[in-house]
Design a binder for this molecule. Structure first.
Ligand SMILES: C[S@@+](CC[C@H](N)C(=O)[O-])C[C@H]1O[C@@H](n2cnc3c(N)ncnc32)[C@H](O)[C@@H]1O
Length: 214
């Protein structure tokens, strides 16, 4: 993690929940609830942010949640207080996870894969730390939509949007990248022409785990 990249999210940590409230009401809250109902066992949430997902996990799961931004984590810590010690929070770059292979039953991420620097590496790391067989990947992400003229609009908006915020790509082909990284997509729910997607995926049985370079 570079300090500059964490700074981007440190700056928006305090207004983040207020700014997201309209989208939460429109789509996100209900999608988070449906997505996280699939969580099992020991969960790793990457890019936990202010902890918006935390209230929606089933009471049976144990959660380890990481983010690179200390200011985001400070807000998440307040939310985690209501969850009976089931949440452990820590600072980490999700592109270089410190956890051993086969540690988690579920990895969850929402609105995170748009802003990692190296999407492929992040997915390889997720696959490495997920238990095989049966490890589940739960995603709620925006990505390149499949419906014109929305695809064109999002492609055009991506450049100025990225220039403005320096982190978030509007039009990543995230679902294709998930499949290419050795996951079988089991369930997809699309909103806004596929711009917003809920994805439940599993490691393809027998997919080879490649050790990542430092
Ligand atoms: C748009 S926010 C989403 C927060 C939360 N998941 C949600 O659904 O509201 C993206 C979060 O991902 C974190 N993030 C982005 N890239 C990261 C990385 N490489 N390592 C760790 N955290 C990262 C940011 O710090 C930020 O908190």
């Amino acid at each position: 993690m570079t300090r500059a990249s964490a700074d981007t999210f440190d700056r928006i940590a305090s207004p983040y929940d207020r700014g997201m409230a309209p989208l939460e009401r429109l789509w996100l809250r209900r999608m988070r609830r449906r997505l996280l109902a699939h969580a099992r066992g020991h969960v790793l949430e990457i890019g936990v942010g202010t902890g918006a997902n935390l209230p929606y996990y089933p009471p049976t799961v144990r959660i380890t949640a990481v983010d690179e931004s200390l200011d985001m984590l400070a807000v998440a810590a307040q939310r985690a207080r209501g969850l009976d010690g089931r949440v452990a929070l820590g600072q980490a770059n999700v592109e270089h996870l410190v956890f051993p292979a086969d540690t988690f039953d579920t990895v969850a991420a929402s609105l995170v894969l748009c802003s990692v620097v190296d999407l492929q590496r992040t997915l390889d790391e997720i696959r490495r730390v997920l238990r095989e067989p049966g490890g589940r990947l739960l995603l709620l992400e925006h990505m390149r939509p499949r419906v014109q003229p929305l695809t064109l609009l999002v492609d055009l908006a991506n450049l100025p949007w990225y220039a403005f915020n320096g982190r978030c790509h509007l039009n990543r082909e995230t679902q294709q990248a998930v499949s290419a990284a050795g996951f079988e997509v089991e369930h997809v729910e699309r909103k806004v022409g596929g711009f917003l997607r809920l994805i439940v995926a599993r490691i393809v049985p027998g997919a080879i785990k490649k050790p990542l370079l430092p």
